[in-house]
Design a protein around this ligand. Structure first.
Ligand SMILES: NC(=O)c1ccc[n+]([C@@H]2O[C@H](COP(=O)([O-])OP(=O)(O)OC[C@H]3O[C@@H](n4cnc5c(N)ncnc54)[C@H](O)[C@@H]3O)[C@@H](O)[C@H]2O)c1
Length: 188
């Protein structure tokens, strides 16, 4: 689905879209399925996938990756209960193990959701961007300084390739949290 030369005309709207996860998947003009792959099928991954499927009429979950089959299957079952028609994960697209993320990336998805524990994030994010995928990436994006520097380089790569990376920072969108932060800044 992604072009090997790094350009993403069909997905150009994604990069140009406003911030916010639903906007990442706003595919109304694309008139074609957006294949979503989930790496890390725990609580947040299941939630992020549900949100992705709800966010756009054209989004379908086509692949999942985890290190634990029970987690992967439980996630698929949970998602089918809320979004049955949009969960189209064939058995061959349930990937397991430490290289499952790469197999998922190579399975033909357009968008990758990264929701493993954060120690893996920097490497998974680099692999997704290197393969010209758009990414929703849970926070934290890294767990140490080398990881953060790696992610900053990956973000630069993504910009050059016109790819979107959305991070799961939620509090910056909470009116209450933003007001509290402003207030505390005024007090110091
Ligand atoms: N933005 C938010 O509000 C928010 C909320 C909760 C969690 N999070 C973040 O989401 C991430 C996941 O949290 P969670 O609560 O879903 O954790 P979780 O433990 O419920 O899920 C993690 C999943 O990843 C799998 N996994 C572990 N290593 C893997 C690997 N190398 N490859 C593939 N799968 C792997 C695990 O088997 C598990 O199914 C964390 O980084 C957490 O900080 C963000």
């Amino acid at each position: 689905m992604s072009n090997s030369n790094g350009s993403t005309p069909r997905r150009g709207f994604l990069a140009a879209s406003a911030v916010g996860f639903p906007a990442v998947l706003s595919a109304m003009q694309a008139a074609k399925t957006l294949k979503v792959g989930l790496v890390g099928c725990g609580g947040r991954g299941s939630g992020a996938a549900a949100q992705a499927l709800k966010a756009d009429d054209y989004a379908e979950l086509t692949a999942v990756a985890d290190i634990d089959m029970e987690r992967a299957q439980a996630c698929i079952d949970r998602l089918k209960r809320v979004s049955k028609d949009k969960v189209k994960v064939e058995a061959k697209n349930i990937f397991l193990g430490l290289d499952a993320y790469q197999q998922l990336i190579d399975s033909g998805v357009d968008v990758v959701l990264l929701a493993t524990p954060p120690g893996f994030r920097a490497a998974h994010l680099r692999a997704a961007i290197a393969a010209n995928k758009h990414v929703f990436c849970e926070k934290p994006v890294a767990v140490d300084a080398p990881g953060v520097r790696h992610v900053l380089e990956t973000a630069k790569m993504a910009r050059e390739r016109n790819l979107s990376i959305m991070a799961g920072f939620c509090w910056r969108r909470s009116a209450a949290a933003v007001s509290l932060a402003c207030l505390s800044r005024r007090m110091v």
